[in-house]
Write a protein that binds this ligand. Structure first.
Ligand code: ADP
Ligand code: NI
Length: 217
């Protein structure tokens, strides 16, 4: 099977797997990440097949929706890739990428490094910022029944992650804990450039949000 066939089969597989996914993690998220990844890859020397497969398979089974089990996604991806006769070295690389891509790993030294991981991680992060990032954050907050904003609940970095999750922090806090930090975590020059614009858009969104919150004067 040539790479074009493998990619079409992978697209069909991912669409099917994500049929009932919530709005922030659905097929269209994957499609946007895939397109971002191809755009970034154009400027880098990399294995395009690894980039394509990792972008398509990176959210195949999000641990948040599988009782925190982070091993489900990589297992599902491996089983699928083996069925497509993808070479073992490509499978190993794709699995490393989808196991290491999440922001959760962002505070630690990355265990695995490759330009292909850098590319797909940037592509995924771009979809968490800007207009789409804002929409996804509020969608996620709605899914979790969170408040939009509460001036009395400020981002509190002293809590453990577990305590924080239980606190039902309003969605606006997520901007300060994650979304506004992403611009400085980008790996590639294309990613950095796009992130800068999207970051600016979030800042102007926040300024407008607070102005409206306070009411017209
Ligand atoms: P990643 O896969 O990069 O770790 P997540 O799966 O945590 O990202 O997040 C997916 C989407 O949901 C992102 O757009 C993210 O900003 C949003 N999201 C995650 N946690 C929260 C939260 N506590 N409040 C609002 N949005 C969130
Ligand atoms: Ni993603």
């Amino acid at each position: 099977m040539n790479n074009t066939d493998i990619i079409s089969k992978t697209i069909a597989f991912v669409k099917k797997q994500l049929e009932n996914a919530e709005g922030g993690h659905d097929w269209f998220h994957i499609e946007r990440v895939y397109k971002n990844a191809l755009l970034i890859a154009k400027e880098e020397v990399c294995n395009l097949q690894v980039v394509q497969l990792s972008a398509l398979l990176h959210d195949i089974a999000d641990s948040k929706f599988h009782g925190g089990d982070e091993s489900v996604g990589p297992k599902v991806a491996r089983t699928f890739l083996e069925s497509q006769n993808v070479t073992e070295d490509v499978i190993i690389h794709v699995i490393e990428i989808i196991s290491n891509i999440s922001f959760k790993g962002g505070n630690f030294e990355k265990k695995f490094k490759s330009i292909e991981l850098d590319i797909v991680q940037d592509a995924d992060r771009l979809d968490a910022i800007g207009a789409i990032g804002i929409a996804r954050a509020f969608n996620y907050g709605g899914f979790k029944n969170r408040a939009l904003y509460n001036p009395e609940i400020v981002p509190n970095t002293n809590m453990t992650i577990e305590e924080y999750k239980k606190s039902q922090a309003p969605t606006l806090n997520h901007f300060y804990e994650k979304l506004l930090l992403l611009k400085d975590k980008m790996n590639t020059s294309t990613g950095k450039k796009i992130a800068k614009e999207r970051h600016r858009f979030m800042e102007s969104f926040l300024a407008q949000f607070y102005a409206e919150w306070d009411g017209e004067k």
